[in-house]
Structures are given as C-alpha cells and as structure tokens.
Ligand binder design. Structure first.
Ligand code: ZN
Length: 220
C-alpha cells in the first residue's frame, strides 16, 4: 500500500471512531452508573399476605427478579436483598422479623446505592381495594419526590387511582438512609387484581412501569 492510501485508511479510521463516539454518547444510558437495590418483601417463614396457596413473598420475588433482569440489561448494577425463599435473620435472633429487617436495612445502607425499592403486595379484609400505591419515609429528603413519580406512573399506566402516602412508622423504611420507597404493587386480597399479579404478562407490564419510574427519577 502506498503512503497516500495508508493515510486515507488512518483518516477514515479516526472518522469512524469519532462517529462511534458520538453515537455511543447519544445511546448512553443513564442507568449505566447507577446502583439499584431491590428488596423483595418477606420470605422464608414470613410469607406476608396470602390467599390459599398464593404467597405475597413469592410474587414479590418473581417481580423483583424480573425487574433485576430488565435493569441489568439497561446497564444498571442491581442487587436483591434476597434471591430465594428465605429471610435474612441471624440464627440466634430473639426477634426473627426485626433481625431480618435490620439486616436488609444494613446491607442497603452499606451499598451506598442510588435508589432502593421494596416490593410488596397489599391486602385488606374487604377485598374491595385495588391498585398500586407508594409509601415513603421522610428519613431521606428525596423520598417524597420518588414516591410521587412512581405513583404517577402507576396511575398513568395501570388501572390505579391511589395516592402516595407518607408513612414514617415502617421498621425497615425508617432505617434506610438511601433514597427509595416501598412499592405496594397491588392488592392480593382483590380477586381481579390477584389474577393479574399472578400473571406473567401483567408482572412484565408492572416491571416496565417501575422501570419508567426509575428513569424518570434519575432524569429529574
Ligand atoms: Zn408485604
């Protein structure tokens, strides 16, 4: 190859790198630098709400695992407080529930994550309530904003007309200093919503709506 061609190749190579760089910047994902902790509520001997053999703890985990997969594909670093049907209490704990929740709070705080989400299902005795709702603790000043964003996404994209609520009495939430909220993604006690929550397609939709909320929070 003569000297001229050699320089043309080098020049084209540089141009390609630059174009690539520009496109890479355009496609750069806001989640690439983010650490997100997902906390599937309950587990082990504590199944949370239930209806016959349907356990809240199982559905919380199913949704959390799906959410983890989706967020990892978007480039986020994602951790779960549990990856199976167990709790985090220490064997010698005098109060198993408190031990479980304290350890969840500790690992989330230590992670220094950018966002945490506790995933739960709601239940009430009448079976009439339905819809996804968000609870936040005032321990972190970001939490109210996060709650309003997720509630807006739930109400816009799911058949929910509920309001987000401050609740600073929850044992776990008031011990987590990282930004985040508790998502009660639906009522297990409501027969129609129960059918949805146990449905794979609806769980994926739910995950997509939660993902939208995550993007919206990091973009604002
Ligand atoms: Zn729960």
């Amino acid at each position: 190859m003569d000297k001229y061609k050699y320089y043309v190749f080098i020049f084209l190579g540089v141009i390609l790198c630059l174009i690539n760089g520009v496109f890479a910047k355009d496609n750069s994902n806001i989640l690439l630098s983010k650490v997100i902790y997902i906390d599937p509520g309950h587990g082990g001997t504590d199944c949370g709400a239930y209806y016959k053999s349907i356990k809240e703890s199982d559905i919380n985990l199913e949704i959390s695992l799906k959410l983890m997969d989706v967020l990892k594909k978007e480039g986020a670093t994602v951790y779960l407080t549990r990856y199976g049907d167990y709790d985090l209490s220490t064997p010698d704990a005098w109060n198993r529930k408190r031990s479980d929740l304290s350890r969840r709070a500790n690992i989330i705080n230590k992670s220094n994550c950018d966002l945490y989400l506790s995933i739960h299902l709601n239940a009430d005795d009448s079976g009439t309530f339905h819809g996804a709702e968000v609870y936040y603790d005032t321990i972190n000043p970001e939490n109210e904003k996060i709650a309003s964003i997720f509630q807006e996404e739930f109400n816009k994209n799911l058949s929910s007309n509920r309001d987000f609520k401050e609740n600073s009495t929850k044992y776990l939430q008031r011990r987590i200093n990282r930004p985040g909220v508790l998502l009660e993604v639906g009522f297990l006690s409501n027969s129609s919503e129960r059918a949805l929550l146990t449905n794979d397609v609806y769980q994926n939709k739910l995950v997509d709506v939660i993902k939208r909320g995550i993007y919206k929070y990091f973009e604002t």
